[in-house]
Design a protein around this ligand. Structure first.
Ligand code: C5P
Length: 231
């Protein structure tokens, strides 16, 4: 079966407080986005990579990978979900799609391959995720409070932190995302669109190095993990 990847890279990276969008910050020789794309490009199973950039993007065209034959480019929207949807419009309906954040450059080849293997073997969509090791507190509705207070403690034996890639059939993901949008449901990942559609995607445990580079303090950590992987 044909497998394509979508890399949403149209965020502004406001939480990074950097002069340039976070996906263009350099770690070693390459930008974060290039590290991410390199991971996907080196897997022959993935036939095409759709990179979704902002209309104001001034950086992508100067990257070496910009002219790679496997890479296609499109423009994103105001939210991550809008950007992913824009990418889906370029994907063949009968393909599988791996949606992978530009901001997760440290994902290992092994974990991506494991996700693909499990999803294809079970013919069911799935995501990379890590088991939660912290004790997670749920607060009361933040809007109604001055000081946050604990409403309850979650049973962490059932908790997973969603990562990417997230892998689904293009047609199914498109339909579920469209339906969520028409109901004004805000999506922060692809799996939740499938869940609103009644599905139960597989959880494939990945290594903890698959961090999302969000804040300044994540950069040295990403650098360390990439170094350990030989980059
Ligand atoms: O904001 P967050 O960290 O969840 O963003 C995850 C990924 O989605 C990043 O790679 C970012 O560039 C991308 N994104 C996007 N379009 C947006 C917002 C975020 O492609 N409007």
């Amino acid at each position: 079966s044909n497998i394509v990847a979508i890399v949403p890279a149209a965020g502004s990276g406001q939480r990074m407080q950097a002069a340039i969008p976070k996906q263009y910050i350099k770690i070693g020789q390459s930008t974060i986005l290039e590290h991410t794309l390199q991971k996907l490009l080196s897997l022959p199973l993935i036939s095409q990579i759709i990179v979704v950039i902002s209309r104001d993007d001034n950086y992508f065209s100067s990257l070496k990978v910009a002219t790679h034959p496997k890479i296609k480019l499109t423009y994103g929207g105001d939210t991550r979900a809008d950007s992913v949807y824009a990418g889906l419009l370029l994907a063949d309906e009968d393909s599988w799609v791996l949606v992978h954040d530009a901001a997760r450059p440290c994902v290992s080849h092994h974990d991506i391959e494991q996700l693909i293997k499990m999803v294809l073997a079970n013919n069911q969509g799935g995501i990379l995720a890590t088991k939660v090791t912290d004790t997670i507190k749920k607060s009361f509705d933040q809007r109604t409070q001055v000081l946050p207070q604990i409403a309850q403690t979650c049973d962490r034996r059932q908790l997973w932190a969603a990562a990417t890639p997230q892998m689904f059939k293009v047609k199914i993901l498109k339909e579920c995302m469209q339906s969520a949008k028409s109901q004004q449901i805000e999506l922060t990942d692809e799996a939740s669109a499938i869940e609103y559609g009644g599905g139960h995607p597989l959880l494939i445990e990945c290594q903890r190095d698959n961090i999302k580079v969000t804040r300044k303090e994540d950069i040295p950590l990403a650098k360390l993990y990439l170094h350990e992987q030989g980059y």
